[in-house]
Design a protein around this ligand. Structure first.
Ligand SMILES: [Zn+2]
Ligand SMILES: [Zn+2]
Length: 210
């Protein structure tokens, strides 16, 4: 027999997050559902209950995301990890995956992390689960809510080396580039022929001057 109290609880939490995600992201989509569930699973595995409210929980968590799509916003929302707080790290790998790093308590870095990726097969499963629903996004929105964890995700325990300058609260010297004079934080400077340069002036440039 189904225990409806146990069944209802996680869905209530999921629904609450989805309501928030819809507001934050300006629409509800399959990516949001996937992102919310992915982040909830990551927190559950690390035993982090309230990263947005509880200070200890918040300081324990750094999240790496491997894609910049709808799910990324949802992951940020659930974990409370934001780019501006240096608790959200972006690795541009184009993969629907995130890595939840437990920094441990009392400033001792454990680097223990759980990497969770969406299974490619979940798309086909979504259309098999809801052939009556029209449109892939609608099918997936429904199916991703209901789908068993193991059908939706792969999980792997990993260790993430996080140097001091990557920690959210890192306080370091601000360096000035010898070429352009712009300030550089977080040890992003480059030493080239005895000169301290910013990445752009050292040649690692994603734009061209007009
Ligand atoms: Zn979206
Ligand atoms: Zn420079």
């Amino acid at each position: 027999m189904t225990d409806f109290t146990e069944f209802a609880r996680p869905h209530a939490v999921l629904d609450e997050y989805l309501r928030e995600a819809e507001v934050a992201h300006a629409h509800l989509c399959a990516g949001q559902v996937l992102g919310v569930r992915l982040a909830m699973l990551g927190l559950e595995k690390l035993g982090i209950k309230d990263p947005r409210g509880n200070k200890e929980d918040r300081k324990r968590l750094v999240t790496f995301v491997e894609i910049d799509r709808c799910a990324t916003d949802a992951i940020s929302l659930v974990t409370g990890c934001r780019l501006g707080k240096r608790a959200l790290k972006f690795r541009d790998w184009g993969k629907m995956a995130a890595n939840f790093v437990d920094l441990g308590i009392k400033d001792v870095s454990t680097g223990k992390a759980i990497r969770i990726a969406a299974k490619e097969s979940s798309k086909a499963l979504a259309s098999a689960m809801h052939p009556e629903v029209e449109g892939k996004n609608q099918q997936q929105m429904l199916a991703y809510r209901e789908m068993a964890e193991d059908d939706l995700f792969t999980k792997q325990w990993v260790k993430v080396e996080l140097p001091a300058e990557e920690f959210p609260g890192y306080k370091g010297e601000r360096i000035v580039c010898a070429d352009c004079g712009e300030g550089i934080n977080f040890r992003r400077e480059v030493l080239r022929d005895g000169r301290v340069l910013c990445r752009a002036c050292s040649g690692d440039r994603y734009y061209e001057a007009l």
